[in-house]
Write a protein that binds this ligand. Structure first.
Ligand code: TNX
Length: 746
């Protein structure tokens, strides 16, 4: 009689039940995302060259995936068999009737059993792989895991348009997603700056539309360009390969074909589908462009042709049709668009956008597909069956869920991995924003505003990787990891099990797994947190460090004429004069150095009251204005306070009476980012006021110096804004920002 794998599993389980290993390691292994239920037992399973993988039929992809990943890590692969011989230690992959992505993993001294549905096995394979990589001396602790995801939609997006990423990297990206138990890859394939998918009906899309003749270099505010052609695209064969590769890892690929905006590349290839007929160039700079698809029948015929080929390539239920950031400028002046509005009784261009989306939805629904789009698709009325990706905060998601539409949450505040992950100016150039690891970890996809019934429509969340400032694949890895590690736990592991310190303690050894694949992950999160507080005497400060993980800390004080000499950090450091404080951390061999410049004035450590407080991500405590640190660029993190459309009053309490002759206020002027220098600042002492106008500011960091020849202990500063963003500037007519970083008195 041929004995199937189950027979041998039973045989060995019984034969081995008396086995007990000495020296048990009862610690919880470094798994990410953390499993929902884990029990550690005595003993271990030892991997040797005799270990075999038992798998057949539908279980084979999981066994092959394990081997593929072992290979990527430079580890030996294990032979795959359909039956085991007695006493051979084995890893059995067995299909059961479990739902969706649940799996169970049992590790005993002589056997490992992984069971689940086809996709459950793939999720369990990531757990098993992580255990194998971190097994010290080939020993995996005996344990039992019962696991299933918290959210059904766990997505990661990649923009291959701003910078083209080769197919090989897309495959690697999919492996990274699967390793973190993500199940959806949102492939952003078309943009202003490049069309990346071969469409056989319309060859110009890739012949012309896949290439731009130069790119923006450096930060957006500099508006500098090179003239190096950039581009690339995926052939239909390559797309099929990517889709298959993802399928073998339990990942659905959702293609995004952007419309009606972000379409300059398509319009450069086929200008007849623009309103003016005169678009000639694939965009070289980042941003939002006025030229968009013209809303008329010939454009729809063209887009239906494109989408027909897209559907042939992608079996996913969802097709992403973009819908975001579509200016209505051209439509307002275009006779064809106006005729479409008239013929359909549409009142304004927002309804025209809605008409556009509904018409594309009807076409895709007719072919058995569903549309998904960015939250602008809510404007002018949501298409009946659409799923919404809420990116401009949570409001879009809340509105859509209340309207019984499915929602994927992807708010910029927590899910945009193109934002900075460190506040230090040593981070590579990024688009802006500040989304450190702990912020991602703290994300909760279900908005508190929703009741339980509405919350059911939040199917999950997605991390977005926009690549304006990611010039190559190494940079993408750096921005993705380890934030994806945190994000995967947000989406997979029940909230009751979340614990930031525990996550850090797992992430430290987990770096082995990332290193094994040669991934360029960021170690910014290893930097200790710091606090700068008023010192024991007025005019002085106290600097202290808090580690997130066990590490050695050293500090050194440097001035222009002394070289820093590090010594062990033992506690808070008192500061009272200008200079640079260096901090060095060593976390199991990963050494990182940071430096803090201090520029003291009599205001250092002064108590600051802000009226009103700052807005949104720039609501930092007033103390950052008197911490003797001039805010740096980019204005990430904690150094600046920003007010949107407001004129703040800032009160300084110096804690004693001092003689001064001037007050200096540091501001930022960056009109392309809607940040404008104040029009003027006024310093008031008792009833005397001195007002100084800024004049014509230069771009960047500037100072307003107000002469105040007085003895003071308190000082009031009122900041006047220039009003709305002026004509001819970014965001003209909208509220602008005021950014202040430091107030000094001399
Ligand atoms: C907004 S998110 C965009 C993208 C940019 C991104 C940069 C969305 C729907 N549109 O075109 O790349 O911001 O963070």
């Amino acid at each position: 009689m041929r004995k199937g794998p189950l027979y041998w599993i039973l045989f060995i389980l019984i034969a081995d039940c008396s086995a007990h290993a000495a020296g048990d390691e009862n610690r919880i292994p470094a798994l990410i995302p953390a499993p929902n239920k884990i029990e550690i037992h005595n003993g271990h399973f030892a991997i040797t060259s005799r270990t075999v993988l038992l798998a057949e039929g539908e279980a084979l992809p999981a066994a092959r995936l394990l081997n593929h990943w072992l290979g990527l890590s430079g580890l030996d692969t294990l032979p795959i068999r359909s039956v085991s011989s007695p006493r051979t230690p084995f890893v059995a992959f067995s299909i059961n009737s479990d739902t969706a992505e649940a799996y169970s993993l049992r590790i005993k001294p002589g056997s490992i059993t992984l069971s689940g549905s086809v996709s459950g096995l793939l999720r369990g394979t990531s757990t098993l792989f992580q255990l194998l990589v971190s097994a010290s001396g080939g020993k995996i602790p005996c344990l039992g895991i019962q696991d299933q995801p918290k959210f059904a939609y766990r997505g990661v997006h990649l923009d291959v348009c701003r910078h083209f990423m080769p197919k090989e990297f897309v495959l690697r990206y999919i492996d990274i997603l699967a390793l973190h138990k993500m199940n959806t890859f949102h492939w952003h394939l078309t943009e202003d700056q490049g069309w990346r998918i071969e469409i056989r009906r319309y060859p110009e899309l890739t012949r012309k539309g896949a290439w731009r003749q130069g790119s923006m270099i450096g930060p957006y505010r500099d508006q500098r360009f090179d003239s190096i052609p950039h581009g690339g695209f995926y052939t239909q064969e390559e797309i099929r390969e990517v889709v298959r590769y993802a399928q073998d890892r339990g990942i659905t690929v959702i293609p995004e074909i952007e419309m009606p905006g972000h379409a300059m590349a398509a319009l450069a290839a086929y200008p007849q589908y623009s309103c003016t007929g005169r678009v000639t160039e694939v965009a070289r700079g980042w941003g939002v462009f006025d030229d968009v698809f013209c809303v008329n029948d010939s454009t729809f015929a063209f887009l239906e042709g494109v989408l027909t080929e897209v559907m042939e390539l992608f079996p996913s239920r969802y097709i992403h049709i973009g819908g975001d950031e579509c200016p209505k400028t051209r439509w307002k002046e275009c006779p064809k668009c106006q005729a479409t509005m008239k013929a359909n009784g549409l009142r304004d261009e927002h309804e025209l956008q809605s008409h556009f989306i509904r018409r594309i939805e009807r076409f895709l629904n007719g072919a058995g597909r569903q549309i998904i789009g960015w939250d602008e698709i809510l404007e002018g009325g949501l298409a009946p069956n659409a799923t919404v990706m809420s990116w401009r905060g949570t409001e879009g998601g809340i509105a859509a869920a209340r309207d019984s539409h499915q929602v994927v949450m992807t708010p910029g505040s927590h899910c945009y991995f193109d934002h900075y992950q460190g506040e230090r100016n040593t981070e590579p150039l990024a688009i802006g924003g500040y989304t450190p690891l702990e912020k991602v970890y703290a994300y909760r996809p279900i908005p508190a505003e929703l009741n339980a019934n509405e919350a059911r429509y939040i199917v999950g969340a997605q991390a977005n990787v926009w690549t304006e400032y990611m010039y190559d694949t190494k940079q993408v890895e750096y921005m993705l990891l380890p934030r994806l590690c945190a994000f995967s736990e947000v989406l997979w592991t029940d909230t009751s099990l979340h614990n930031l310190n525990d996550f850090y303690s797992r992430l430290t050894p987990y770096q082995q797994v990332l290193k094994g694949w040669g991934l360029n992950y960021s170690t910014t999160w290893l930097l200790p947190d710091y606090r700068i507080e008023p010192g024991t005497r007025p005019g002085t400060l106290m600097f202290s460090l808090q580690s997130k993980v066990p590490q050695q800390l050293e500090s050194a004080w440097g001035t222009p004429d002394t070289k820093p000499v590090f010594s062990s950090y033992t506690g808070p450091i008192a500061l009272e004069s200008n200079g640079t404080l260096y901090i060095r951390s060593n976390t199991s061999g990963t050494v990182k150095t940071q430096s803090f410049e201090f520029e003291f004035s009599k205001a250092a450590g002064a108590t600051v009251t802000l009226e009103p407080e700052g807005d949104k991500a720039y609501r930092n405590p007033g103390s950052v204005l008197t911490d003797a640190r001039i805010g740096s660029l980019p204005w990430t993190g904690k150094q600046w306070v920003g007010w949107l459309g407001k004129e703040p009053t800032i009160t300084l309490d110096l804690g004693r009476s001092v003689r001064i002759d001037s007050v200096a206020i540091t501001y930022l002027h960056d009109p392309v980012s809607w940040i404008h220098a104040p029009r003027a600042c006024t310093a008031s002492v008792d009833t005397r006021e001195t007002r100084v106008e800024t004049g014509i500011p230069a771009n960047g960091i500037g100072r307003i110096v107000i002469p105040v020849d007085e003895s003071i202990d308190k000082l009031f500063i009122t900041v006047e804004s220039i009003g709305k963003n002026p004509e001819g500037n970014a965001g003209a007519g909208e509220d602008g920002w005021i950014f202040i970083s430091e107030i000094q008195v001399y």
